[in-house]
Design a protein around this ligand. Structure first.
Ligand code: SF4
Length: 767
C-alpha cells in the first residue's frame, strides 16, 4: 500500500503554478479579514442550487504514490451533465485592471476543484468562473470551459509535479527518523540539571503543555532543551522545532549544538531565519523593483528542491543559495522553514501577528517551541502587540513628499487630513486612556486604506503606510483589560500609541495553538510572576528551578552600601570608581563595571580615566556596529597579565548573552539595582498593576531591574573551573525583598568599607 500524501487544493495550485514577483509587505492582515467578509457577501448571492464552501477530496495515483487532494471550492454546482466552479478572489487592485491570465495559480486552483468534482461525479463537462472583487463592490468575472479529459490531464500533471517534491521531503524525513530513534545525548555525560531540563522539555511537548525552566548560566541549556525536543520530534509529538532567540550568540549556540549532534550521527535539517535588514543582498533595502523579488516565484521551486539535500542552512548557506537562484534570502529562508526540522529564529516569527510564520502559528499546529532567554519575552510581546502613529514623523514625511510631488498630490492631501487629527496644544499633558481615541483611529483608517492604494515609490512613506495599517489593525483588537491608548505630545504633534501593557492573554492563546513549549532563562525570579506574564501558568504547565552545577565557593558575592540614586551620583562617583579599581587591582584579570544608564556610566568612566590614566579601561558606546562590538569583546583575552575594565550598560548588548568563559572574565561590579528609568509608560504600568494586585512597583521596576543585574552577574561563572567576584553597589540591596530574590546558590557577604572589600578580595583570590 503506497503512502498517502495529503495536500490542500490551494497549496497544490501554488506549488504547481505559482509565478511572479514578491509583493513587498504582502497582503495586509486587515485586507485578509476583509477578504473573508467579501467572500461571504458574494457567496450569499449564489443561485439556490449552488453550494458555498463546497467540500471536495480525491486520491490521485501517480508514479507509484498517492496524493490526497482536499479543499473547499468557494462555490460549486454539480448537475447531471455539468459541473460549475466559482473561485472568488478579493483584491485591493482595480478588478478591471486584472487580465484573464494574470494569475495562473488562481486558474489552477479552480481547475483542481472542477477536475475533482467531474471525476467524483462522472460528469463530462465543467465551467470555471474566476471572480475578482474589490471591497467597494467593483467586480470582474472570467469564464472558461473544460472537458473531463483536459481536467484529468491537468490534475495529474499538477499532482506529479507536487509528488516529485513531497516524496523528496518525505525520503529525507524517513532518513531523519531512523537516526532520531537511536540517537543519544551528544556529550559524555549530563551536567547537573541538564537531564531534568531535557526531560521537562520532552514532557511539555508530549503533553502539549509548557515548561518554565530557570536554569543558571553554564549548565548547557541549548543542548539540553534541543535534545528533549528532538526526542519529542522522533516520537511524533511535534512536527517541527522552533528555537526562538533574540541574539546572534543564541542562534550560533543552537547551530553549533545541532552540528555536534550531526557529528554523532543525527540527520537533521535546520534553517536560520535572519532579519531582512541583516540578510538583504542590496546595499539599500528597497524591495520594490528588487531583482531578487521580481520573478521570485518562477525560480523558488528549484531552490527549494536544492535545499532538501542540505542539513545546516545558516545565514551563509541561505545567502549562497539565494545568490545562486537569484532570490531574496529572507523570503527563501521563510519558505525553507516550511519543511525544515529545526527553525532558528527570533521570537517574532512565532508571536508577532504581523510576521509570524502562517503555516505554524496562524492556526493550530504541532510546532514545539524552545524559548531562549524567556525573561525578555514579555517586553518583546508588548512591543509586538502595540502600534504607534507619530504626528511628528508624518509632518516630516509630508515635507519630503511635497518637495517631490507638490502640494496637490493625492498622498500629500491624505497626509494633511491625518495630520489634522494628530495636532495638539503645546501644553497638552500625556494621557493614558482606557478607551480608544475614535476620531484618530477613524482618520488613520481612512488614510491607511487610501494611501495603501497609492503604493508610494518612497520606502519611508510605504513604511509609514504599513504602520498606519497596523495601527488600525491593533485598534480592532483593543481590549481595555490589556490595552491603553497613550496620547503623548511631541512638539505640537501627538504620538499616539495603542499600548499592550499586559501581553499574557495573547501569549496564552499563542502557546495553546502549538504542540508544547519550553521557556527557559537564567533569570525568571519570581517564577509565578513570569509564568503569568508568559501565559505559561495553566494546570498542565510546570515550573522547574535548577541549581547551579558549579561549586558555590567559586563565586564570591560582596555587597556594599554605596548611595547611587540619581541625586547621589556626582557625590559618590569617586567611591564607585575606587570600588571598581579595587576589584581590578586585586588580581590581574578582565572585569566589567555595569551601570543603569549611559550618562551614569560616562560620568564614572571619565573619572576613572582621570584617576588611573595608565590602567586599561574601555567603554561601551551607543549604537555600536557589529564589528565594533566584536572588537570590544575581543579585548577580553584569555590569560591576561594586567587588568582590563569594560564599562557597560545593564540590559545592553554586553551585559546579556555574551559568553566569556574561564579567565576571560574574573568579575563584575554592578552599580545600582538596575531599575529602569522613570517614564510615562512605566508609571502607567505601575498604576495599572497596582490596581490589579498591588504589585505595580515590582512589575514595573524591581523585577526588570533585578533581571538585568542577574544577567550581568551571570557572565562571571560559565564553566566548572571559572572563579570570580560580583560586587553589588547600592543601599537598596539591603532590602529584604531583594535578598529573597537573589539566586539560592549565592552566598552574599556584606562589606562596609573599601578596606574591608580589599581584604575580602585578597582572601578570595589567595584562597
Ligand atoms: S533582497 Fe533585500 S531588497 Fe530584495 S526583496 Fe529581499 S530584502 Fe527586499
Amino acid at each position: 500500500m503506497p503512502q498517502i500524501h495529503v495536500v490542500s487544493a490551494r497549496a497544490l495550485a501554488e506549488y504547481a503554478m505559482e509565478k511572479g514577483d514578491l509583493i513587498p509587505g504582502g497582503a495586509s492582515y486587515a485586507r485578509m479579514r476583509e477578504g473573508v467578509r467579501g467572500h461571504q457577501a458574494l457567496q450569499e448571492l449564489l443561485p439556490v442550487n449552488w453550494q458555498a464552501e463546497a467540500p471536495v477530496s480525491r486520491d490521485i495515483e501517480a508514479d507509484g504514490h498517492v496524493l490526497r487532494v482536499q479543499g473547499r471550492a468557494d462555490a460549486a454546482y454539480v448537475g447531471p451533465d455539468l459541473v460549475c466552479v466559482k473561485e472568488i478572489k478579493t483584491t485591493g487592485r482595480n478588478p478591471d485592471a486584472i487580465m484573464k491570465y494574470d494569475y495562473p495559480v488562481h486558474w489552477a486552483q479552480a481547475e483542481i476543484y472542477a477536475a475533482m468534482l467531474c471525476l467524483n461525479h462522472g460528469v463530462d463537462r465543467a465551467e470555471v468562473y474566476l471572480t475578482y472583487a474589490r471591497l467597494d463592490g467593483r467586480m470582474r468575472e472570467y469564464r472558461e470551459e473544460y472537458d473531463i479529459a483536459t481536467l484529468d490531464r491537468l490534475l495529474t500533471g499538477y499532482a506529479r509535479l507536487y509528488l516529485g517534491w513531497i516524496t523528496a521531503v518525505d525520503d529525507w524525513k524517513e532518513k531523519r527518523q531512523a537516526t532520531l530513534e537511536r540517537f543519544g545525548f551528544p556529550y559524555d555525560g549530563y551536567r547537573d540539571g541538564q537531564r531534568e531540563m531535557a526531560v521537562a522539555t520532552f514532557r511539555a511537548m508530549k503533553r502539549g503543555a509548557n515548561a518554565l525552566i530557570e536554569a543558571p548560566t553554564g549548565i548547557g541549556k541549548t543542548a539540553a532543551s534541543l535534545y528533549g525536543a528532538l526526542k519529542a520530534l522522533g516520537k511524533g509529538y511535534v512536527t517541527a522545532i522552533f528555537y526562538l532567540t533574540a541574539r546572534t550568540t543564541g542562534r550560533r549556540a543552537a547551530e553549533d549544538a545541532l552540528d555536534r549532534m550531526r557529528e554523532q550521527g543525527l540527520a537533521i535539517r535546520s534553517v536560520t531565519v535572519t532579519a531582512k535588514e541583516k540578510c538583504c543582498l542590496l546595499d539599500s533595502m528597497d524591495c520594490m523593483g528588487c531583482p531578487h523579488a521580481m520573478g521570485y516565484y518562477d525560480r523558488r521551486r528549484d531552490a527549494l528542491r536544492a535545499a532538501v539535500g542540505m542539513q545546516r542552512l545558516d545565514a551563509e548557506a541561505i545567502r549562497a543559495l539565494a545568490e545562486d537562484y537569484g532570490l531574496c534570502p529572507f523570503e527563501l529562508s521563510l519558505d525553507i522553514s516550511e519543511t525544515a526540522d529545526v527553525i532558528i529564529c527570533d521570537y517574532n516569527y512565532a508571536f508577532d501577528p504581523r510576521v509570524r510564520i502562517k503555516r505554524y502559528f496562524d492556526t493550530r499546529s504541532k510546532a514545539g517551541l524552545l524559548v531562549d532567554e524567556a525573561h525578555n519575552l514579555p517586553d518583546r510581546a508588548r512591543e509586538m502587540l502595540s502600534a504607534s502613529l507619530s504626528g511628528r514623523r508624518l509632518y516630516e514625511l509630508r515635507k519630503r513628499v511635497m518637495a517631490f510631488e507638490g502640494k496637490e498630490s493625492p498622498m500629500v492631501r491624505l497626509m494633511t487630513e491625518l495630520l489634522k487629527a494628530l495636532r495638539c496644544d503645546a501644553d497638552q499633558e500625556p494621557e493614558a486612556l482606557s478607551g480608544m481615541p475614535e476620531d484618530i483611529v477613524e482618520a488613520a483608517r481612512r488614510f491607511a486604506e487610501a494611501a495603501g492604494e497609492l503604493n508610494s515609490p518612497e520606502p519611508d512613506v510605504r513604511e509609514f503606510v504599513f504602520d498606519a495599517q497596523w495601527f488600525v489593525n491593533v485598534s480592532r483588537r483593543f481590549d481595555p483589560e490589556c490595552y491603553r491608548a497613550m496620547l503623548l505630545p511631541r512638539d505640537r504633534w501627538l504620538l499616539v500609541r495603542l499600548w499592550c501593557f499586559d501581553p499574557s492573554k495573547h501569549m496564552r492563546r499563542a502557546l495553546a495553538r502549538v504542540g508544547g513549549a519550553a521557556l527557559f532563562s537564567a533569570t525568571l525570579a519570581p517564577m509565578d510572576f513570569y509564568a503569568a506574564q508568559l501565559g505559561a501558568d495553566g494546570e498542565a504547565d510546570e515550573a522547574l528551578r535548577l541549581e547551579s552545577p558549579f561549586p558555590r565557593e567559586n563565586l564570591r558575592v560582596l555587597r556594599l552600601p554605596v548611595p547611587v540614586s540619581l541625586r547621589d551620583r556626582e557625590r559618590t562617583r569617586h567611591t564607585v570608581a575606587q570600588v571598581i579599581h579595587a576589584m581590578a587591582e586585586a588580581k590581574p584579570g578582565n572585569y566589567i563595571a555595569c551601570f543603569p544608564s549611559y550618562a551614569y556610566m560616562t560620568l564614572v568612566f571619565t573619572h576613572y580615566r582621570m584617576m588611573w590614566p595608565y590602567e586599561d579601561a574601555v567603554c561601551q558606546e551607543a549604537h555600536m556596529t557589529e564589528p565594533q562590538r566584536m572588537a570590544f569583546i575581543e579585548r577580553f583575552k584569555p590569560a591576561p597579565t594586567r587588568s582590563l575594565v569594560g564599562f557597560i550598560v545593564l540590559g545592553g548588548v554586553f551585559a546579556e548573552g555574551v559568553d566569556l568563559p574561564e579567565d576571560r572574565l574574573s568579575g563584575a561590579a554592578i552599580v545600582s539595582t538596575g531599575m529602569p528609568q522613570l517614564s510615562f509608560e512605566r508609571e502607567t504600568l505601575r498604576a495599572l498593576m497596582d490596581d490589579a494586585d498591588d504589585g505595580g512597583m515590582d512589575a514595573a521596576y524591581t523585577y526588570p531591574g533585578l533581571r538585568r543585574v542577574l544577567q550581568a552577574a551571570g557572565r562571571v561563572i560559565r564553566t566548572e573551573t571559572d572563579r570570580g567576584v560580583v560586587i553589588l553597589m547600592d543601599m537598596r540591596y539591603r532590602q529584604e525583598k531583594l535578598r529573597e530574590l537573589m539566586p539560592p546558590h549565592w552566598d552574599v557577604t556584606d562589606v562596609g568599607k573599601l578596606s574591608g572589600l580589599k581584604r575580602e578580595l585578597a582572601a578570595f583570590w589567595e584562597g
